[in-house]
Design a protein around this ligand. Structure first.
Ligand code: SF4
Length: 335
């Protein structure tokens, strides 16, 4: 039986691509790539989403190599920090290797010609195919009639007449087709990739500039309000109980933690980058304590006590009396 491997993001386009080819009697299985910039909850949802379509799910974790690609993409970034062309090339290379080792006959993706300004123009679709080495192997069922026939069509594994000619930014044709095919659940376009978000991109640029881009650093970007204290430290203030717990779980031994002594308030994590003198350490403690107080129930007090301790030595807890940070300091330090 002819088998196809579909790049699957859980979004509408990839779901449609799977369904269109399945409905032609081809056995389709879905391949989902995990990277550090996708919401963790997606990973658990994908099996169910693929199952609803009638496709078995395969998962590949590309978090570490994907991070290297985000640091310096050959084809640059899209609107924010999303290196979509490099990302697609990388995923397709991996998919091709997986296809060959697991005896699939061809690949499928849900790309639509002209839908995204950077990665889905005709010239970039060609570059992606060429650089990934998948020319002829990759069928894009939603735009197939606007593209050259692929192996799957030439061999008669799929009927080109039953494929589509979608193009452009409107999603109306996909929405209409989803109704016809009975696809009700899908993720928003870009699949929740944090690299496409303005605020996240700003924090990521700061992390790269600090020279500390690693998976642990990226995880920290996903929670809290972020502040940069010159080249001394990054300070992260939790926004709710869930984020407080998340930050605590990610704290490493060199981190300093802060909490209000007499008021309800956030957990603050200060991650020193280059604190060499006792004056620099005092500046770090005072600033992080002032930010902690600013987001606590004691924010309108003239002064308040804040506890702080090294992550690896809670018994060394100390307290400092500070004035809650004002708007000026917040604006100056906010990333
Ligand atoms: S949106 Fe994110 S995951 Fe999707 S191709 Fe672009 S960089 Fe990759």
């Amino acid at each position: 039986m002819v088998k196809a491997l579909a790049l699957f993001s859980g979004g509408l386009d990839s779901a449609l691509a799977v369904k269109i080819v399945l409905d032609q009697g081809v056995q389709v299985e879905a391949l989902y790539f995990v990277n550090a910039f996708l919401p963790a909850r997606h990973n658990t949802e994908m099996g169910r989403r693929a199952g609803q379509l009638g496709a078995k799910l395969h998962v590949l974790d590309i978090s570490q190599p994907h991070l290297e690609l985000v640091r310096s993409p050959r084809y640059g970034y899209g609107g924010n920090m999303n290196p979509c062309i490099d990302c697609r090339i990388f995923m397709l290379k991996k998919a091709k290797a997986y296809m060959q080792s697991h005896r699939f006959h061809f690949l499928i993706s849900g790309e639509v010609l002209g839908q995204r300004p950077m990665s889905q123009r005709k010239d970039t679709l060609n570059i992606i195919e060429r650089d990934a080495g998948v020319k002829g192997l990759l069928l894009r069922p939603l735009s197939a009639k606007k593209l050259a026939p692929t192996l799957a069509e030439e061999k008669g594994w799929v009927d080109r007449d039953k494929l589509f000619d979608f193009s452009g930014r409107s999603r109306k044709p996909q929405l209409a087709l989803s109704k016809k095919l009975g696809i009700k659940e899908y993720l928003a376009p870009a699949g929740g990739c944090l690299l496409t978000e303005v605020e996240f991109a700003r924090k990521l640029r700061d992390l790269i500039a600090s020279g500390k881009l690693d998976l642990d650093g990226v995880r920290l970007l996903k929670a809290g309000r972020h502040f940069r204290l010159k080249s001394l430290a990054r300070i992260i203030v939790g926004r709710n109980e869930e984020e407080n717990k998340y930050l605590l779980g990610l704290a490493c031994d060199a981190d300093i933690l802060f909490k209000m002594r007499d008021f309800a308030g956030p957990l603050t994590l200060a991650r020193p980058v280059r604190v060499e003198t006792s004056e620099e350490f005092a500046t770090l403690v005072e600033t992080a304590a002032r930010l902690t107080a600013r987001y606590s129930k004691g924010k309108d007090r003239e002064s308040a006590w804040v506890d702080y301790w090294p992550k690896d030595a809670e018994d060394e807890k100390k307290s400092v009396l500070v004035t809650p940070a004002g708007e000026g300091l917040i604006e100056e330090l906010r990333i």
